[in-house]
Design a protein around this ligand. Structure first.
Ligand SMILES: [Zn+2]
Length: 284
């Protein structure tokens, strides 16, 4: 067994490979190489790709690609049942293709298969993920003057509100929902939550202006990899008018900000302890 080789960072939607593992009870097929992006089991922000695996005319639907890991003792664990973080020692890390219904006999260990990702869904998830990152950078910029103490900075040099307060991020086709905890610890770190509440509408407008400027500049967006397997570190990089930004990211992204007609956010503070940012992308 080896870690799965992945081609989704280059934008691949199809591929070929050899089946390494079939588990009927878990409804999981593992192939040595795949274009499918799997949902991460510890930070499940972007859903896994869907699509199909085929041998000749025989095919099985893949409902979602997930992380799978085999321990040195030979035990298979899938998705949230994996007891350690991605890349942990003592495990071999793989992309598991979760199938719909029984896995046909032709799709057996050793078989050569073709893999096809649902392109429209991937594209919309890539737009959702890039939009999510851009919105978080614009949020940091729009809240920068609310910090009364020095904290670490984000890739644009603004106080890293995202890094300090983000507690969950959920990406869906053409958008995302991010939740930020505005509790006592953020106040202690120097953040003016009352100031935010008093100026929420202006902050939202500032974010949307920044996003419009960034899209209009139509900069490049890409994923850099440190190696070919699912456990190699990946970094999203994007060119903005302010310069190139980048951070570690396991997901998929657009190739150019010209792929967007618009990205906009709405901020909700109906629970004063929880800022919810909903991001909506529209394809060009
Ligand atoms: Zn990301």
């Amino acid at each position: 067994m080896q870690s799965t080789l992945v081609s989704f960072p280059d934008g691949a939607l199809t591929g070929e490979g050899e089946v390494l593992l079939v588990d009927q009870s878990a409804a999981i097929v593992v192939v040595d190489a795949t274009p499918f992006h799997p949902v991460d089991h510890t930070w499940p922000d972007q859903p896994g790709d869907s699509g199909a695996i085929a041998v000749g005319d025989v095919q099985v639907r893949v409902t979602e690609a997930v992380m799978a890991a085999v321990s040195d003792e030979g035990a298979l664990a899938v998705g949230s049942d994996i007891p350690v973080k991605r890349g942990g020692e003592g495990w071999t890390w793989m992309v598991g293709h979760r199938t719909e219904g029984a896995i046909p006999a032709d799709i057996a260990v050793g078989a050569r298969v073709t893999l096809t990702v649902d392109a429209d869904r991937r594209d919309s998830l890539s737009r959702g993920h890039t939009a999510c990152h851009l919105a978080s950078l614009a949020l940091d910029a729009a809240l920068a003057d609310l910090w009364r103490k020095e904290i670490g900075s984000d890739p644009l040099g603004n106080p890293d509100f995202e890094g300090k307060a983000n507690q969950s991020s959920r990406i869906h086709p053409d958008g995302s929902v991010d939740e930020y905890r505005l509790g006592k610890s953020l106040r202690k770190a120097g953040f003016d939550s009352e100031g935010l509440a008093a100026s929420l509408a202006e902050r939202q407008q500032r974010i949307n202006e920044l996003l419009a400027d960034w899209i209009a500049a139509a900069g490049d967006s890409r994923i850099d990899v440190e190696g070919p397997s699912i456990i190699d570190r990946r970094t999203w990089r994007c060119t903005l008018p302010e310069g190139e930004v980048g951070f570690l990211c396991g997901g998929t992204h657009v190739r150019s900000l010209g792929e967007f007609a618009s990205i906009s956010v709405s901020l909700d503070l109906s629970d004063p302890q929880l800022l919810v940012m909903t991001t909506t992308a529209v394809a060009a």
